[in-house]
Design a protein around this ligand. Structure first.
Ligand code: FES
Ligand code: FES
Length: 162
């Protein structure tokens, strides 16, 4: 068994102290050590985007990031985007309103990617949204509802920049 090292980071706003060996992925740590199973494992080869989380507010495929690389960083998972008994995050609400939620396997990763997209000041056009989503594969849709959800959030921001 590989030796483990202590690891301190923030997950969903909470300080976390755990241990990880040099080969443990952030995805394994989140799901197996912290029980945050809303982050899904799809390809495990950095292609499908199902495992997307935010690290210091940037989208990261957690299957492709070592846990130890996240020392001292702030990780946000789907569990952290809205209270369990409260209102949905605006991205979740837009996906619901535009029928962008289907089987749900890819959905947590898409939500995290779209949250990052809003922060990036992306152009409010379909090409920019589809480019941003090119690393998040959804096997059961034509992406139409997902793209429309993203545009419904980006277009008001472009008209009324903060
Ligand atoms: S499981 Fe990480 S990109 Fe597919
Ligand atoms: S809703 Fe994404 S794979 Fe089905």
């Amino acid at each position: 068994m590989n030796p483990t090292l202590p690891l301190h980071l923030q997950v969903n706003g909470q300080a976390v102290a755990c241990e990880a060996d040099a080969s443990r992925s952030l995805l394994e740590m989140l799901r197996e050590d912290l029980g945050l199973t809303g982050t899904h494992q799809g390809c495990d080869t950095a292609q499908c985007g199902a495992c997307t989380v935010l690290v210091n507010q940037r989208p990261v495929k957690s299957c492709n990031r070592l846990a130890l690389q996240c020392a001292g960083q702030a990780v946000q998972t789907i569990e952290g985007v809205a209270p369990a008994d409260g209102p949905l995050h605006p991205v979740q609400e837009a996906l619901r309103a535009h029928h962008g939620l289907q089987c749900g396997f890819c959905t947590p990763g898409l939500v995290m990617r779209l949250i990052a997209l809003l922060d990036e000041g992306a152009a409010p056009d379909e090409a920019a949204v589809r480019e941003a989503l090119s690393g998040n594969l959804c096997r059961c849709t034509g992406y139409e509802g997902i793209v429309q959800a993203a545009l419904s959030l980006l277009q008001p921001l472009a008209r009324d920049p903060a």
